[in-house]
Design a protein around this ligand. Structure first.
Ligand SMILES: Nc1ncnc2c1ncn2[C@@H]1O[C@H](COP(=O)(O)OP(=O)(O)O)[C@@H](O)[C@H]1O
Ligand SMILES: [Mg+2]
Length: 242
């Protein structure tokens, strides 16, 4: 069992961005990927999710030995990969509760009973300290960075995938949102779950302590280590790897 990224090269349009990226994530492990702006972290995350803008020109991605390099995002989700929705589409009149119920139903292959589902959702929100009124909010583009992250973390706990890829960068979270996100990830963390936590800052890694840290520069991993590597970056920056 593992999520294996084997020597992938990725381009957006004609622009090569990821140049030979290798990583194996096993259930039970938390891998952090850190790197300066523009190093290709979000490109990697989007590629793993099957975003149509990004083309894998070489290499492959395997999920528990299943080749998922070219399969659609919904099939990836069914195979156990979490597709975080950084930018939920604007769906006027659709509440967060209905949206999550429909996604859970699609993934579980059955229609979720609204009452039972609402109970499940409420329990999750309570655990994370999210205000109950959040479930009734409509999915729209007016979400703040923090609200988007709350939705993403709720989605993670409700969909309960085997592997989660979380791109934390650039979201400018305030400390409350950061704590909710960290709590959600730590709740999800278990011997059955593998996590790829992509981040620009060391900040979240103070709350979610990774098993492995990888430094990504220029579209590939240039150094790997344990949590101490993140502390080193905190002190000395990325300059030493560029
Ligand atoms: N869809 C795209 N089209 C063209 N260039 C892109 C696209 N997405 C990302 N890039 C470029 O690829 C590089 C890496 O971007 P990104 O993956 O967002 O880096 P990071 O998340 O590490 O900051 C940047 O130079 C960025 O401008
Ligand atoms: Mg990014």
């Amino acid at each position: 069992m593992s999520l294996q990224i084997k020597n992938i090269h990725v381009s957006a349009g004609d622009k090569p961005i990821v140049h030979g990226f290798n990583l194996k994530v096993k259930p039970g492990e938390v891998h952090a990927i850190m790197g300066p702006n523009g190093s290709g972290k979000s490109t990697l995350a989007n590629t793993l999710m099957g975003h149509p803008k990004y083309k894998i020109t070489n290499g492959k991605i395997e999920l528990n030995k299943l080749d998922i390099t070219n399969i659609s995002p919904d099939k990836r989700a069914k195979a156990g990969l979490f597709l975080s929705m950084q930018y939920p589409p604007e769906i006027p009149g659709v509440s967060i509760s209905s949206f999550l119920r429909l996604s859970a139903g699609a993934l579980r292959g059955k229609t979720e009973n609204p009452i039972t589902f609402h109970k499940e959702l409420n329990e999750r929100m309570k655990e994370l300290g999210i205000d109950p009124s959040f479930a009734g909010r409509h999915i729209n583009l007016g979400f703040s960075g923090g609200e988007r992250k709350r939705l993403e973390i709720l989605q993670l706990l409700i969909l309960n995938p085997t592997y989660a890829i979380l791109d934390e960068t650039d979201s400018g979270l305030d400390v409350d949102a950061l704590k909710i996100v960290a709590k959600g990830i730590n709740t999800f963390r278990s011997p059955q779950h593998g996590i790829l936590l992509i981040t620009h800052y060391n900040r979240i890694l103070e709350y979610v302590v990774p098993d492995f840290v990888h430094i990504m520069v220029g579209g590939k991993i240039v150094n790997s280590g344990k949590k101490e590597l993140a502390e080193e970056i905190e002190n000395a920056g990325y300059q030493q790897f560029i």
